[in-house]
Design a protein around this ligand. Structure first.
Ligand code: 4AD
Ligand code: MG
Length: 465
């Protein structure tokens, strides 16, 4: 008989029907006569209750059905008289696929710290919390593709191995061709460990933007959605060495349209979560963050505030004059820290903020320069609890200005000659941005550490599994 997933079984009302379900045991409890097994198969946060007659199956047979064991249950769907679910399964046949020895299975019923769960990343998707987070993660990926597809954007695949440095910060992981097994065998240093990709220098990409711009300048509107890498040694709750980024790029869009796209995009994704992840969000809201749902609804229903960097700095300076304390100093020209960004969002405007027109010195070479000679058409979207969630800009479309700025900033233009050519052949105004997928997930799930919204977090010194 074919398997019914628990999310579907829980919706059924055809009591008396025979069904088969398979899943992992959350708990087993009971009395002399019956055992109640809470079973979960990952399709939903909700468990289904299996009721097994002790006499029918025998105590010895039921004994190994402990937390974490995997079983297959065939039985009748019956109306549940207990609280919670309206349906349960009266077991007729139980097959044990795999036991989980209670002495060594780490996920017993008690609560666990996030730190402990990070050490068992291979098992943590079996917990309610991580099941919920990863289902939301899946749903957000679907929302992203649907949003862009509905608007006529093309999903464009940019390379992971690249010779260019989009952000011009030099913080890239190098790709090498050395043989890992030779390395293990050899203690004598006979092997060539040189950093090269078959004789050329290559790195893991920090952003698909440069290639995305080429695509926009031929296909109109595109987006990328893939892993990106940063080799900075940042140990914070908001930084990963490997994270996923969504980068739309649109020909003919100027900065105002770029801002509107960013707002529409985030609001669409958050609304998608509210519409499609109700059970998981309710669970996360109750468990970790009582204001989560309220915050998500607020973001969907309110415009983001658009403020210039200069105005933002004025607000921060005024706050400091009134006694507000920050760890890092602020004055015109300094890069804002997340404490500053969060002050603007959480204390001052009390809504998401799009900060624009940053000093050119603190932004990348490719941003369009304003006529004041000091600022560029950058836009960062700042979010409550997160700080920067999006970084983007209108791009410099003028060949000479772009080349000059790259040279001034020490960006090796020999590596991006192909990028510069877009400005020689049919250049046009265009804009785009990058949304950090895990930062969006932090916001949507209410989790407080970025390591807890990606299945296998990569942070400095952490790549075990
Ligand atoms: O501001 P960033 O560095 O911008 C770019 O890479 C541009 N090339 C994007 C573009 O215009 N197409 O990064 C964009 C976003 C940030 O706002 C943040 O959400 C996320 O990527 N991000 C990180 N997320 C997790 N860990 C890190 N180390 C991150 N660095 C950036
Ligand atoms: Mg940025």
């Amino acid at each position: 008989m074919s398997r019914t997933v628990i999310v579907d079984a829980l919706k059924r009302t055809d009591f008396g029907a025979e069904v088969n379900i398979k899943g992992w045991v959350r708990t087993r409890r009971g009395n002399k006569n019956v055992s109640f097994i809470a079973l979960n198969d990952g399709s939903t946060i909700n468990n289904i209750q299996v009721v097994a007659d002790n006499e029918k199956f025998g105590d010895e047979y039921l004994k190994p059905i402990t937390t974490g064991a995997c079983i297959s249950v065939t039985g009748k769907l019956v109306e549940s008289l207990g609280q919670g679910q309206h349906v349960e399964i009266q077991a007729e046949k139980i097959e044990i696929y795999g036991i989980a020895d209670p002495e060594s299975y780490p996920l017993q019923k008690k609560g666990h710290t996030m730190e402990f769960l990070r050490e068992i990343a291979h098992l943590r998707p079996r917990t309610n919390t991580f099941g919920a987070v990863f289902r939301v993660r899946h749903n957000m990926a679907m929302a992203i593709h649907t949003f862009f597809h509905e608007r006529g954007f093309f999903y464009f695949h940019t390379p992971i191995i690249t010779a260019s440095d989009c952000e011009g910060a030099g913080q890239m992981f190098q790709v090498t061709t050395m043989n890992l097994y030779d390395l293990k065998k050899d203690e004598t240093g006979q092997i060539d460990y040189s950093n090269d990709f078959f004789g050329k220098q290559a790195s893991l990409t920090v952003s698909g933007q440069l290639e995305g711009e080429l695509a926009a300048m031929s296909m109109g509107a595109i987006y990328t959605f893939g892993p990106t890498f940063r080799a900075e040694n940042s140990n914070t709750p908001r930084h990963l060495s490997e994270f996923w980024m969504i980068e739309p790029e649109v020909a003919f869009n100027e900065i105002a349209e770029n801002m509107q796209l960013a707002q529409d995009f985030i609001q669409y994704c958050v609304k998608w979560a509210l519409d499609n992840c109700k059970d998981d969000l309710d669970f996360l809201c109750n468990m970790y963050d009582k204001e989560l749902i309220e915050r998500l609804n607020f973001v969907v229903n309110n415009d983001f505030e658009r403020v210039t960097y200069t105005k933002g700095v004025e607000i921060l300076e005024a706050a400091i004059a009134k006694g507000q304390k920050f760890e890092f100093p602020v004055s015109w020209g300094t890069d804002l820290q997340s404490e500053h960004e969060r002050y603007l969002v959480e204390q001052h405007y009390k809504k998401p903020v799009i900060l624009t027109d940053y000093p050119k010195e603190i932004k990348s070479f490719y941003m369009k320069q304003n006529d004041d000679g000091k600022t560029v058409r950058a836009m960062d979207v700042l979010f409550p609890k997160i700080g920067e969630i999006i970084g983007g800009s209108q791009r410099e479309e003028d060949y000479l200005k772009l080349k000059t700025r790259a040279d001034e900033m020490g960006v090796p233009t020999k590596d991006i000659w192909w990028y510069l050519e877009t400005r020689k052949f049919g250049t046009a105004p265009h804009s785009g941005f990058g949304l950090g997928f895990e930062r969006l997930l932090l916001f949507v799930t209410g989790m407080s550490n970025i390591r807890d919204v990606i299945p296998f977090p990569r942070t400095p010194n952490n790549a075990e599994f």
